[in-house]
Design a protein around this ligand. Structure first.
Ligand code: GLN
Length: 297
């Protein structure tokens, strides 16, 4: 078989199987299996492909037809210009989450903070922490993640992107993790806490898109109303923020008002809602304000 035949067969398989972006997906699978760019696939359309490669492409298309995510098939996905390795057990980085990275980078730029101390909670593949470290090389970033499988990806992604991160395996719902942020019994206060926590509601968890159902539910499930993590992080982790420090969350597009209210109640000011490129509310951020008479514990 030659490249052009295999390419049309892959496109047809995915289109017939009602895969939404069938041409895009077929192209990615071909590029990956043959180690060629799209232009090369077209230019070298008459070249022969080995039986092994053809079989690989066909079996990957078959897998894709079951709803298995393209990103897991490819094993790597781009986020904020960084190659992020992904596979079963770790959430696939979404383009929408780049809005969250932008928010943090802009804050640091505006405040002229060149060596911030940052915690990325529910870090998953590490994509946010890695993108931030790439753009703020002097940042001291700690990624916190509960899942052992995700931590494996996180460590590998930090390595392959040449970024030095600290990481903690643990549950952000548990204040016991604060011991990792202490030095000589004093808290090492943070300039920023950033998080894309699980935020889907119970009813959204029941109606997951076919592809998303292959992703780990613990990275998606935000409790009955989807807000469980915001309540705990805003209230508990606020303790570790410097006055003027930024807390920035990714949110589900219907959650801006609720998360804003949670942050107001937890004593944040300058709360802003930021839209993603699709025009949906995607980030809520606020600044820790020193409250009158407040004493740090
Ligand atoms: N944005 C993801 C989705 O819609 C959810 C990610 C999350 O819960 N943090 O599937």
């Amino acid at each position: 078989m030659v490249i052009s035949e295999l390419y049309s067969r892959a496109r047809k398989m995915l289109a017939d199987g009602d895969i939404e972006d069938s041409v895009f997906d077929a192209t990615c699978i071909m590029e990956d299996a043959l180690g060629m760019t799209k232009a090369e696939l077209v230019m070298r359309g008459a070249d022969k492909v080995s039986e092994e490669t053809a079989e690989r492409v066909i079996s990957q298309c078959e897998k894709r037809l079951t709803g298995y995510p393209l990103q897991y098939i490819l094993g790597e996905w781009e986020f904020y210009g960084c190659g992020i390795k992904v596979g079963e057990g770790v959430l696939i980085p979404r383009a929408d989450t780049e809005t969250l990275v932008d928010c943090v980078l802009e804050h640091m730029k505006r405040k002229n903070i060149t060596a911030p101390r940052i915690a990325d909670l529910c870090s998953g593949s590490g994509c946010i922490a890695i993108a931030l470290k790439k753009h703020i090389p002097d940042a001291d970033i700690t990624a916190v993640e509960l899942s052992g499988k995700a931590i494996e990806y996180l460590v590998e992604n930090a390595r392959s992107n040449g970024t030095e991160l600290r990481y903690i395996r643990g549950d952000v719902m548990n204040g016991g993790l604060f011991s990792h942020f202490m030095k000589d019994s004093e808290p090492l206060l943070l300039d920023c806490i950033v998080s894309n926590p699980p935020y889907l509601t119970a009813s959204e968890m029941e109606g997951l898109q076919r592809e998303v159902a292959f992703e780990p539910s613990e990275a998606l499930d935000g409790g009955h109303d989807g807000l469980k993590f915001y309540r705990v992080i805003a209230c508990l982790w606020r303790e570790l923020l410097k006055d003027g420090g930024l807390m920035a969350f990714e949110i589900g597009e219907q959650q801006a008002a609720d998360v804003t209210a949670i942050m107001e109640k937890s004593g944040f000011c300058d709360i802003r809602v930021i839209k993603d490129l699709g025009g949906n509310d995607r980030v809520v951020c606020g600044v820790r304000s020193a409250q009158a008479g407040e004493k740090r514990s």
